[in-house]
Design a protein around this ligand. Structure first.
Ligand SMILES: *[C@@H]1O[C@H](CO)[C@@H](O)[C@H](O)[C@H]1NC(C)=O
Ligand SMILES: *[C@@H]1O[C@H](CO)[C@@H](O)[C@H](O)[C@H]1NC(C)=O
Length: 252
């Protein structure tokens, strides 16, 4: 390619020495001349990092003048578009105004716009998309829980379970849909033991060992987490019940 350019330039320079007007100067470009069907054509190629605005090819007229307005090489193309796991219909630097289309490979899904255009300020709009795998990452595992399910491909379902004495909060079944789980991973919360009624905790077992009974009463009292008010109320209830029992016994 370079040789071709150099050869052409040399040919052009030798041709120009004989005749023809001056080259319209275009900064940051390489000028290449070629002959097509007896017609001499001049082609501007912008150097790397610049993009062409205007007509790329000028023809040399019979009066040996270059015809038409000369183009400009402006700094910057749009950044080279990249689409991992996909395809873009472009080749070579993309100039302002050019449109490109995106397609993802099988097993990938396009996230974003399926087209983009190179703007005058050398940015892409809409912004470049990505090709996301349709497979999901392994789902999270909640503490004190686990899931069942071995496949994480699109459409697969995993089911969550919690260890004993833990209950599941959230969604039990998650489905992988085009690379994303249908909802967030559930959690396993400890099951709150239902507080036993005060009556039951405070029931003094009718046993001979008073000391042991008292100890066990105090222990159960602590475990119950009852307030003093609640204890007092329960004891009052118990006292009343005993009184009633005694009355019933002696008056029957
Ligand atoms: C890409 O394809 C679209 C639609 O077919 C077309 O408009 C556009 O010019 C193409 N771009 C390139 C750089 O070939
Ligand atoms: C691009 O996306 C639009 C809708 O978002 C759709 O109608 C069109 O068919 C898509 N083009 C291609 C080539 O996939």
């Amino acid at each position: 390619m370079l040789c071709w350019v150099v050869c052409c330039l040399m040919w052009l320079i030798s041709a120009l020495e004989e005749s023809c007007s001056e080259l319209p100067p275009v900064d940051n470009s390489v000028f290449v001349a070629k002959e097509e069907e007896g017609q001499i054509m001049g082609v501007y190629l912008c150097i790397r990092g610049y993009h062409l605005v205007g007509e790329q090819t000028l023809a040399l007229s019979l009066s040996e003048e270059w015809e038409g307005p000369s183009p400009e090489c402006r700094l910057g193309h749009c950044p080279e578009p990249v689409l991992e796991n996909g395809r873009i219909n472009y080749s070579g630097p993309v100039n302002a105004g050019d449109k490109i289309m995106f397609k993802c490979n099988d097993g990938y899904i396009l996230k974003g716009s399926n087209w983009s255009q190179c703007l005058e300020d050398h940015t892409w709009a809409p912004s470049l998309p990505i090709c996301q795998s349709r497979d999901c990452d392994p789902p999270e595992i909640p503490s004190h829980g686990y899931f069942e399910g071995e496949s994480f491909t699109s459409g697969s379902v995993v089911t969550y379970y919690c260890e004993d004495r833990y209950r599941l909060v959230g969604t039990q079944k998650l489905q992988c849909i085009d690379g994303e789980w249908s909802s967030s991973c559930p959690t396993c919360e400890p099951v709150q033991e239902a507080p036993r009624p005060a009556e039951q905790i405070l029931a003094f077992r009718e046993i001979k060992d008073l000391c042991g009974a008292t100890e066990s009463f105090v222990r159960r009292l602590k475990e119950s987490g009852l307030t003093m008010e609640e204890v007092k109320y329960s004891l009052e209830m118990k006292k009343t019940k005993l009184k009633a029992d005694i009355l019933l016994k002696y008056h029957s």
